[in-house]
Design a protein around this ligand. Sequence first.
Ligand SMILES: Nc1ncnc2c1ncn2[C@@H]1O[C@H](COP(=O)(O)OP(=O)(O)O)[C@@H](O)[C@H]1O
Ligand SMILES: [Mg+2]
Length: 510
Amino acid sequence: MLGIWMPMLQTLIVASRDRNRLREILGVASRFGLGVVLARLGLERGSVDQQDAPDLPQRTRLAIEALGPTFVKLGQILATRGDLLPPAWITELEQLHSRAPTLPFEELRPAVEEALGEPPESAFASFDTQPLAAASMAQVHRATLHDGRPVVLKIRRPGIRPSMEADLRLIAQLASVTEQANAEVRRFAPAAMMRQLAAAVLEELDFTTEGRNADRLRADFAREHRVTVPVIHWEWTSETLLVMDYVEGVPPRDESTLRAAGIDPAAIAVLGADIVLDMVLVNGRFHGDPHPGNLLCLPGNRIALLDLGMIGHVSPRRREEFISFVQSFDQGDPARLADVLTIWSSVGEVPRERVQAAAERLIARHGGGRLVLSAMVTDFLSLMRDEGMTMPPDLLLLFKALVTIDGVLSGIQPDFDLSAAIRRSSLRIAATRLSPDHWMPLLQALAWEVARIGDDAPRLLRAAIRRLEAEPAPQRPQQDKHSTHSSDVRWISGAIIAGAALIAAAIYLQ
Ligand SMILES: Nc1ncnc2c1ncn2[C@@H]1O[C@H](COP(=O)(O)OP(=O)(O)O)[C@@H](O)[C@H]1O
Ligand SMILES: [Mg+2]
C-alpha cells in the first residue's frame, strides 16, 4: 500500500528529519484503510469513484486519534465546518478525544525539575506522583504550596513541541499538494485553515498563553462572584508547566451527580447561559471548548472555568451581527436574517435571491418561539454547505462553542431554553449600548462593513429605514431591569445600522 502512495507523495519536498513521520502517517492511514480518502484528496492514484464505506468517517476519526494531538486539533477545526462537511462527518469528528496513555511520573520528572529549578518535593509542601488527569498534551498532578494552598501542575508531555511542529510542516505540505490536485479541497481554503491550525497549536503548546487567558477571563468576571477561574501561580509557571489553584468541583455531566453534590442543576443552567452570553455579547472573549471536562460546578451553585488554551474573540461588528442573527429567529424575520447571511457568506458569489430563500427556509423551520440552538446551527450550516456559502472561521468557533454549551446545559436541565436566556440578557446589552464608548467603535466597524459591501449599501440602508419606521421608539431603560423588551435592542441596533449605513453611503458617494 505504502508503495503505491509514495510516488505521488514523493512530489512533496520533505526534509529528511520529517520523512520518518510521513511514513508513520501513511502507515496509520493504511492501517485504517483510508486509501479512498487519500485518492479523493489526489494523494493516491487509486479509484476515486468507489463508494464511500459507511464506516469511513469513523475509521478516519480513529486514524486521527492514533496520529496524535496535531491531527486531533485539525480534526476539531474540521468538526466546526458544518458549512463544508456532511453531517455524518461532523458527528464523528465531534467525538475526537485527545486520549493518551498515562505516563509514570518518573518520565515527566526531568522536565518538571527543569521547569521548577528544583524537585517538586522541595518546591511544594506535598506533591502527588499519581496523576489527576492525562490528556494528549499534558498530564495534571496535585500538589500543596508551602502555605497550605492546594494547587495542580499541568505538565506538558516531554518532546511534544518538536513532534507537533513536524506535523504542522507536513500537514501544510499535504494541504498545498491536495489544493492543487483537487478543486473540492480549494473550497476549504486550506491555506487559511493551516494558519488557524498553526496558531491554535502554537498557542496551546505554550502554557503561559493559557495562564494569560485565565488572567483575562478572571478579570472579565471580576464582578461575577458565581464564576471562578483558578488563580495562576506565575512564580512556578512557564512554557511547559502551568501551576494553578486546585478547584474541587463536579463536571456538569448530568443532573443527578450535581444534585448528589448539593448543587442545583437549574441554577447552574441559568448561570451557564449568563456566562456564555456575557462572554460572547459583553466581554467579546469566550471559552473555545466549554465541554463538561473543562467546567467544574462548585457548592453555592458556582462554576469554575478550566482549560483556557483556546479563547475565541468576538469583534464588536460580529457581536452586532450575531445579535441580529439570533433576533431574526426570535422575531421570525427572514429579511433581517438574509442581511446577516449576506455579510457572512462570501459576498457576491451567491445571488441575493438564494440567500433570501435560504433565510426563509431557516426561519420557517426555527423561527418564532423556542429556539433549539443545536438543531438550528446544524441545519443552518448544512444549508450553507448546500448553497455553497462558506462562513468565516471565527464565527464557526463561536457557533461550535454555543452548541457545546447548549448541549451541556440541556444535559443537566432538559427543558432549558437558551433562547429565553438570550432574551433576558439582551437587556444588559441594551444598557451597554447606550454608552458612547460602546457606540463609536461599533459605528466605525459597521461603516467599514457597509462600505466594504459597496453595492449593497443602499439596500441595507433602505432595509434599516424600513425597520426603523416599523418599530416604536425605545423606552428609557427602567430601574427594573427585567422590564426592558428585546424590541428596544432591536430598535437600537436598527438605529446603529442606519447610522452606519448613512456614514458609509456618504463615504461611498464621495
Ligand atoms: N485547577 C484545576 N483544579 C482541578 N482539576 C483540574 C484543574 N485543572 C485541570 N484539572 C483536571 O484536569 C483535567 C485536564 O485539564 P485540562 O486543563 O482540561 O487539560 P487538557 O488541555 O489536557 O484537556 C480537567 O478536565 C480536570 O479534570
Ligand atoms: Mg480539557
